[in-house]
Design a protein around this ligand. Structure first.
Ligand code: NAP
Length: 242
């Protein structure tokens, strides 16, 4: 039985990952504002024979990360998998109008929370089995993303951090990342117009957007394959090819 913490597991990719990994595992379902959705995920985990624990925290600052860690450490003294998935674009902006406050908020949510949650969880992961950290970056970091430049940069930092952490924490803990392309989740209801989505779809060789399960199955792969560390897997229908 694995003990898995998934941040941002109330909706979208995090929720799909929680359900993908539910069977016979203990899943810490983190949420911030979406309590009802997190409870649905918990019910889904139970239905699949897993054990859910709901944990709430706003990961915009260190206090929120510390609170999440405290809730986790109250229930367990070891962890097998940390999925740093919580994130968001916060608001669209241009290079000319971005403010220091917006820079801080976007990096706090996407980058600093990933780094601090990892640091906090390392002692628990060191007691886990085949321990692994999986960070959620984005295709945005591959191209530069007009109107989401800060978000793209915040995800790019995670990409680099993943490789450094992978080298430092080996061999006890593997650290990998996933860079999703356009995945249909509440993220796009918040940040993308229908026109923007269609433009991205028509620029995708496989001709369609992805679903959360496309990412959840890759999380499973990274948990199960014990010879991968320091890697970022691109899953984007061919929109970005190396
Ligand atoms: N969808 C895509 O096309 C796409 C592409 C590339 C990368 N990604 C990345 O994939 C990850 C998951 O996104 P998604 O598409 O599944 O979007 P989503 O459905 O909007 O999920 C975002 C999750 O992050 C949590 N979250 C947001 N702000 C938070 C805060 N201040 N504190 C704590 N948790 C917070 C949300 O929790 P509550 O709702 O409970 O507040 C939610 O569970 C994100 O890191 C995103 O950047 C998504």
């Amino acid at each position: 039985m694995l003990k898995i913490l998934i941040t941002g597991a109330s909706t979208g990719i995090g929720a799909a990952t929680a359900l993908e990994m539910a069977e016979n595992n203990e899943i810490f379902v983190h949420y911030n504002a979406s309590r009802d959705e997190a409870e649905l995920v918990a019910a889904g985990i139970r239905a699949k024979g897993g054990t859910p624990h709901l944990v709430q925290a706003n990961l915009m600052d260190a206090a929120g990360c510390n609170s999440l860690y405290a809730q986790l450490a109250e229930v367990t003294d070891s962890l097998d998998v940390l999925v740093n998935n919580a994130g968001g674009l916060i608001e669209r902006h241009t290079v000319k109008d971005m403010t220091w406050d917006l820079m801080e908020r976007i990096f706090a949510l996407n980058t600093f929370s990933t780094m601090l949650m990892t640091r906090l969880c390392v002692p628990l992961l060191e007691k886990g089995s085949n321990a692994t950290v999986i960070n959620m970056t984005s295709i945005a970091m591959r191209f530069g993303a007009p109107s989401a430049t800060l978000y793209a940069a915040s995800k790019s930092a995670i990409d680099s951090y993943t490789r450094g952490a992978a080298r430092e924490l080996a061999p006890q803990i593997r650290v990998n990342a996933i860079a999703p392309g356009v995945i249909l989740t509440p993220f796009h209801e918040r940040y993308s117009t229908a026109e923007r989505l269609e433009a991205m779809r028509s620029n995708t060789p496989l001709g369609e957007h992805g679903e959360s399960d496309h990412i959840a199955s890759a999380v499973r792969f990274l948990i199960e394959n014990t010879f991968i560390t320091g890697e970022t897997i691109d899953i984007n229908g061919g929109m970005f090819m190396r």
